[in-house]
Design a protein around this ligand. Structure first.
Ligand code: ZN
Length: 408
């Protein structure tokens, strides 16, 4: 049985949601647990209630909207994402996953389909991590990756804690936040990158997420006067950093799927007429293969040592974060692929470049993800955009993957 969603209704809901917490340039600003975020959640709640759902709110503010199945005790099939946005966020990142799951429920109502397993729509709390770090907070506690009591103490830049905002906004629910048996978890998301659009494809069958290493590097040289220190007397860490960064790009480019970024670069004391005594920079490297990623970071360490020896510098290199590579569940991935195939939508397998709630869920439940293209690959920007026909295609794939999982 192949069913279709009502694309126009989904699009209208997306545009209606986008009116809440408007940005300055046509996007959205609904930071987690702000009044705008709560208003968005309330609108979703109203829609889901109208679609016949009952609700469960957990102690991390994760909201589950439930549609019962023929077997009330069966583990549910869950789909969703997040409604919070970046400070200058778009109308689709996260929101699409939640409202497409709602559209799935609405479509099942239209078609009078009762699935065997219950279906739940989930709104994860604070996926973006823009106000309260870290990202993927609600789903991370749910999956047992973060400790709730510790996460409660995290503060926004004004010193307000997660716990106090959960209480103020009445999002601290009664159900203890912990994993329960889940038949399958699906998340539809915009790709947030340029691949599907460039390939002219409608659907990305997400096979997993790439791993990431975050490294802090500090190079120590000798601070000195820019006018009086001849070049051959210098131990200048900015020269070391410049050479490392240039060589790092060559290491990264040896591996076609790898990406590497130096996002922060700070000189000390940062004065125009002083050779810096110290330079600090960050390196973010990512690759879908754990071993290759480890190799890249080993090569980076060797590179730092070699250049520091040549430039007479001392170095400190600290890995501050390692995200493992994620492999989604084979069965969920193939259900997504067959749904795209049966619906006649062009598709290819793709690895997620960004972290998603689905990555957290993959540790405790069979998980799959669906990507659709976004305009110019842009996301985390108010210009973020997607085509109505791609949105519909994504929701159709979500519907049929859920049906396949919830059938028995
Ligand atoms: Zn997202």
């Amino acid at each position: 049985m192949i069913l279709k969603t009502n694309g126009e209704r989904l699009w209208n809901s997306l545009m209606e949601m986008a009116k809440i917490g408007p940005g300055e340039l046509g996007g959205n600003r609904r930071l987690a647990l702000t009044d705008a975020d709560i208003e968005g959640r309330e609108l979703f709640r109203k829609w889901a209630a109208d679609a016949g759902c009952t609700f469960r709110l957990d102690t991390m503010g994760n909201l589950f909207a439930c549609r019962s199945g023929k077997s009330p005790d069966a583990a549910p099939v869950i789909a969703g994402s997040h409604l919070d946005t970046q400070p200058s966020g778009g109308r689709f990142d996260g929101i699409l996953g939640v409202l497409a799951a709602l559209e799935v429920v609405r479509s099942l109502n239209d078609h009078n389909v009762i699935t065997e397993s219950p279906i739940e729509i989930v709104v994860w709390m604070n996926e973006e991590g823009a106000r309260f770090p870290p990202a993927m907070m609600g789903s991370g506690v749910f999956a047992g990756i973060f400790e709730q009591s510790e996460i409660y103490t995290h503060q926004d830049p004004d010193g307000t804690t997660v716990e106090s905002e959960l209480r103020r906004t009445k999002q601290l629910g009664e159900t203890f936040c912990e994993a329960f048996p889940i038949k399958a978890y699906y998340e539809l998301h915009i790709e947030q990158g340029p691949i599907l659009e460039a390939e002219g494809l409608r659907i990305g069958v997400v096979t997993g997420g790439q791993g990431a290493y975050w490294t802090h590097i500090t190079l120590h040289g000798q601070g000195s006067h820019a006018g009086t220190t001849p070049m051959n007397y210098r131990r200048d860490p900015i020269m070391g950093a410049a050479r490392i960064i240039t060589e790092l790009r060559k290491i990264i480019r040896k591996h076609p799927a790898a990406v590497g970024t130096v996002g922060r670069l700070e000189t000390h004391p940062s004065s125009i007429n002083t050779i810096p005594g110290r330079v600090f920079f960050t390196v973010d490297t990512r690759h879908p293969d754990e071993e290759i990623l480890a190799q890249i970071n080993q090569d980076l360490e060797i590179l730092v040592q070699k250049i520091c020896t040549e430039e007479q510098l001392e170095s400190e290199l600290t890995n501050i974060w390692k995200a493992p590579t994620i492999n989604f569940n084979q069965d969920c991935v193939s259900k997504v692929r067959s749904a795209a195939e049966s619906l006649g939508y062009s598709h290819q397998d793709i690895v997620s470049g960004a972290g998603h709630d689905a990555c957290q869920l993959s540790h405790i439940a069979p998980t799959g993800m669906i990507f659709i293209p976004c305009e110019n690959g842009l996301s985390h920007d108010e210009a973020e955009n997607a085509l109505p026909e791609d949105v519909t295609a994504g929701a159709d794939v979500l519907l049929n993957a859920i049906l396949a999982s919830a059938a028995n």
